[in-house]
Design a protein. Structure first.
Ligand SMILES: C=CC1=C(C)c2cc3[nH]c(cc4nc(cc5[nH]c(cc1n2)c(C)c5CCC(=O)O)C(CCC(=O)O)=C4C)c(C)c3C=C
Ligand SMILES: [Fe+2]
Ligand SMILES: [Fe+2]
Length: 361
């Protein structure tokens, strides 16, 4: 008799340095920014940019930033991802759950090996990026296929697609955010997403004529922008705004975390913050819905630096809404998203249960 297929779940996040020190941050940035999906320029240009411009200077600045958010359990991104993994194990006792990172440790290979060692031959992989970008989701999917293809007996993969407008994800964001808004009483809410070079958004458009070709290109999702990161972010922000019952003119969108001189998608969070303060906004709440786990980009860039510049521009207070982290509503939502994508565990046995028709029929 064919054994029951055993399902494993692999949660995958971006990765983070091993320590908030210059050598560890340099090693992390080297691996991350050597990825041709992240710095998507020619190999020679990437090598020059990385080795002559970025790696001599950025690691010291970034290590100092990491030190401001590093906790007793290490990097916040890894800490929250581990706690989410633990919570999902409890919520889904019938499957094995492992954590892996696209860059650094625990590696994709390590996560896949751990699932294989426990006999999982079917794996549901969850890139923990709600919105699709070729430099985050795409890079993870490519590396995952490569790693999964290494062993002689390959596992069978299902990959959870971007969940930027999944009702369970939006509901979890709203349930985590609502008590913060209730307590803080902001007069404006900003949805701040990780930024992306404009070039990468344009490359996601198969027609080459839709994305960033007109101001309303992200207002709805169709054939040409179905992989557009910016359109996915707009869809998340719109759904969350509606779910929270916020008026359109009391919310805005921004894109944070730019790198280099190439044009990045707009509006920019750091510019928007100052503009809002100048327009009279005093109490600003900021959601970061591109990140499911709090990390350097939420805690330091928004929670510390953005709060300072908002106040310097005349604002009274900025409150960072925590990411979903291991909140029970997110754990339940993630279990729903995974179960919806999982191959039906009885799919093959059900077929073999049926008596075969006679050969002569
Ligand atoms: C939300 C998804 C992410 C996308 C898309 C993304 C694209 C992207 N990022 C960089 C450069 C950097 N990002 C850095 C940190 C970082 N980025 C994401 C997520 C996305 N990046 C996360 C979750 C984090 C935090 C990691 C942590 O350890 O907490 C960094 C490192 C920090 C720093 O030095 O500023 C860089 C660099 C590019 C160039 C890019 C798309 C082209
Ligand atoms: Fe990033
Ligand atoms: Fe667009």
């Amino acid at each position: 008799m064919r054994p029951e297929p055993k399902l494993g779940v692999l949660l995958i996040n971006l990765g983070t340095p091993d320590a908030p020190r210059v050598p560890e941050v340099r090693r992390y940035l080297r691996e991350f920014l050597s990825d041709p999906r992240v710095l998507d320029i020619g190999a020679v240009g990437r090598w020059l940019l990385l080795n002559l411009v970025i790696l001599p200077f950025r690691p010291a600045r970034s290590a100092a930033a990491y030190r401001t958010v590093w906790g007793p359990d290490g990097s916040p991104l890894l800490h929250h991802s581990r706690r989410l993994t633990e919570a999902l194990r409890v919520a889904m006792p019938d499957v094995d759950v492992e954590l892996a990172m696209r860059y650094g440790e625990p590696s994709l290979q390590r996560g896949l090996d751990a699932l294989r060692a426990r006999g999982c031959d079917r794996i549901v992989a969850v890139p923990l990026y709600p919105q699709y970008a070729a430099s985050s989701t795409g890079s993870t999917v490519e590396a995952l296929y490569r790693a999964a293809g290494e062993p002689w007996n390959t596992p069978f993969l299902t990959i959870v697609p971007p969940f930027y407008d999944h009702p369970a994800f939006i509901d979890a964001l709203a349930r985590v955010g609502a008590p913060v808004l209730e307590d803080f009483r902001p007069d404006h809410v900003l949805f701040s997403f990780h930024g992306l070079p404009e070039r990468q958004v344009k490359k996601s458009d198969p027609s080459g004529a839709h994305c960033l070709a007109r101001p309303d290109c992200c207002d709805s999702i169709g054939v040409n922008n179905r992989n557009c990161y910016r359109a996915h972010c707009v869809a998340t922000a719109t759904a969350l705004r509606d779910r929270l019952g916020l008026a359109r003119d009391t919310t805005s969108i921004g894109f944070q975390s730019r790198l280099g001189r190439t044009p990045w998608i707009r509006p920019f969070t750091d510019v928007e913050l100052v503009e809002l303060a100048r327009r009279g906004v005093r109490r600003l709440a900021v959601f970061c819905p591109a990140f499911v786990a709090d990390c350097l980009e939420t805690l330091e860039e928004i929670g510390i630096r953005a709060a300072e510049s908002f106040k310097a521009a005349g604002g009274e207070d900025l409150r960072l809404v925590p990411c979903l982290n291991d909140h029970p509503v997110w754990v339940a939502a993630l279990a729903t998203i995974i179960r919806e994508s999982a191959p039906h565990p009885r799919a093959l046995p059900v077929l073999t249960d049926r008596p075969a028709p006679p050969l002569s029929a």
